[in-house]
Write a protein that binds this ligand. Structure first.
Ligand code: ADP
Ligand code: MG
Length: 238
């Protein structure tokens, strides 16, 4: 079980406060889209959940456990970024298994998990290739494979599709949807793309200038936007 709870979460860079005390309860296995204009604090919030940024105030709980002081690897999360830096000198299989190798898993265990992830993502025929021999969409799938093999309870995505062209975006979006059904994991998905948010998520969190403007299902935020800003952002009819 991995609900994710944010309590009065604050982030400051020096004197500048960029996240102003966010409260949010993400349910176990829920798919949440975190949306809002560029610079509103989406990545910063996600990176605090991942443990890649210290929090300046408030608390984060994952699976009911306070994680403020835990390093990323102890948080039972996987993060997929927009720039999916794969190791160029490693094969697809080695890229996917690398974090397990670091964690001291046996070669047998690593192979089993990599094969399973490859089957989910249709990467079985590409396992011996190197990243330079893959298309953009295939590389993004390898990046997702890397996240899957760790079998986390929580997946964090930061605009994972923004480097892909429109056709691939649709394809990989479908993969992510399948992944959610299959992995039975909690997912928090940052995007500035309303269509992506509306099609993927159970609930949408709309951020603006470091605070949450509205939380609701796609239907709720579309039909009953709480502010003009939300209506404009989601594209509700006036
Ligand atoms: P988003 O992901 O929604 O585009 P970010 O979370 O990246 O927004 O950034 C939120 C705000 O915090 C922005 O104003 C950005 O300039 C600022 N910011 C992000 N990272 C840093 C940093 N390392 N130092 C100072 N300011 C930062
Ligand atoms: Mg960002």
């Amino acid at each position: 079980m991995a609900p994710v709870t944010l309590r009065k979460l604050v982030k400051r860079y020096g004197a500048l406060e960029v996240v102003h005390g966010i409260d949010l309860e993400v349910k176990d296995r829920e798919f949440i889209a975190l949306v809002g204009p560029s610079g509103c604090g989406k990545s910063t919030t996600l990176r605090m959940i991942a443990g890649l940024e210290d929090v300046s105030g408030g608390a984060i709980e994952i699976g009911g456990r306070a994680v403020n002081d835990l390093p990323p690897r102890a948080r039972n999360i996987s993060m997929v970024f927009q720039s999916y830096a794969l190791y160029p000198h490693m094969t697809v299989a080695e890229n996917m298994g690398f974090s397990l190798k670091i964690a001291g898993r046996s070669a047998e265990d690593i192979k089993a998990r990599v094969d399973e992830a490859a089957a989910i993502l249709d990467l079985g025929h590409l396992l011996e290739r190197r990243p330079s021999q893959l298309s953009g969409g295939q590389r993004q799938r390898v990046a997702m494979g890397r996240a899957i093999v760790r079998q986390p309870d929580v997946f964090l995505f930061d605009e994972p599709l923004s480097n892909l062209d429109a056709k691939l975006r649709t394809q990989v979006r479908t993969e992510i949807k399948k992944l959610h059904a299959r992995m039975k994991a909690t997912m928090i998905y940052v995007t500035h793309d309303q269509v992506e948010a509306m099609t993927l998520s159970d609930r949408i969190v709309i951020m603006r200038d470091g605070h949450i403007e509205q939380v609701g299902t796609p239907e709720e935020v579309f039909q009953k936007p709480s502010t003009k800003f939300v209506a404009g952002f989601i594209g509700s009819p006036p």
